[in-house]
Design a protein around this ligand. Sequence first.
Ligand code: IFM
Length: 479
Amino acid sequence: MPEPATPATPVTFPPAFLWGAATSAYQIEGAVREGGRTPSIWDTFSHTPGKTAGGEHGDIAVDHYHRYRDDVAMMADLGLNAYRFSISWSRVQPTGRGPAVQVGLDFYRRLVDELLDKGIKPAVTLYHWDLPQELEDAGGWPERDTAYRFAEYAQIVGEALGDRVEQWITLNEPWCSAFLGYASGVHAPGRTDPAASLKAAHHLNLAHGLATSALRAAMPARNSVALSLNSSVVRPVSQDPADLAAARKIDDLANGVFHGPILHGAYPESLFAATELITDWSYVEDGDLRAINQPLDALGLNYYTPALVSAADNDLSGPRADGHGSSEFSPWPGADDVAFHQTPGERTEMGWSIDPTGLHELIMRYTREAPGLPLYITENGAAYDDKPDPDGRVHDPERISYLHGHLAAVRRAVSDGADVRGYYLWSLMDNFEWAYGYEKRFGAVYVDYTTLERTPKSSALWYGQAARTGTLPPVAVAE
Ligand code: IFM
């Protein structure tokens, strides 16, 4: 059931609520050869023929590296009070090890100072998928040493920015790094090895735990450390025990594999059973689970669409619809007996169905799963085929409706007792959408890819009004 688009009573948020937008380094920065930066796995992958739509890459992206001042001013003009961005590891520690490059750190210091100067609260993500290529050459995430390298990098960035950034996120969507990167291969580094993907998942968990400890040692105690999970809302097509088991399996592979060790200090036993033909998990060493299970200050949830699954025998013969790009290799190791189905409802340009009830369900799940842990929606948004009108303005009523529905779902969860402290729209501006290149526009701000000119879409004006007033404007406003 969609959330009502025009509720009779105004939807108002608590005064301290953060109204932010999110981006990531490789998707917006460009300047890939400046300041001593070396290639990350996404530079290599996107320059490999056939890996991204139209062979597109982030060499220039939307040139945020050179335009960051204007971009911050634009956020301030819109009325946002928070901004989540990621640090390019290759810019700070080009080989993934050893001393930091000051030029790289200075870029992020200037960005943070600019944000603070404009009253915008920065939230730093340390890793949004762009592993330094040298670390991948040394084995990548399936290699245990990568977790130690990540902790060292976390310490460097924590020491450099911990005095001015309060909100920290270790990893963004480790599911994508592990399973799209090492199992289905639709993301960098493009490997298709199910056993390696599960090893990568464990080492990402370890990296998160070690980095959390490193950040705490390097920064003032007031700072908050979290991670952002793209936890799936997994729904079975029926209550048939086989479909329920299929949903349980995908829930383990999407969610339990991360929140099990991170929040509860253990992998689900059912995950071991589901993957026993692929891996024996012997790389989980004594002490790892303790290292991973660090107390957190908050949890970031990224949500776009729910998943609908059945046992393969119950396949409703719909097209494969797990929403994560096409590959002959599955991103779900050990789940060949599960079928994914198209979820009902209208779709965005990604083909993802629009269902704000999933966001409410997700928030309430983590409210139960991690009682007392503040939550942030660290990504939510939609891609549409936006185009400027002859007068140069960009009208995107579908995105306004999407945002309205999802923000209303967040507010409903708050009324139901959830401690949600902020929302970061994905994304501030159109950018490099990974394997889809520049074809999918998630931005609230339109970017002309020829001139790189930025034009706030009507959704940006609508969202800015919500941010300034703390109340959702009606969906028809801000044209
Ligand atoms: O663009 C991505 C982002 O980098 C991570 N979360 C999902 C977004 C939309 O696909």
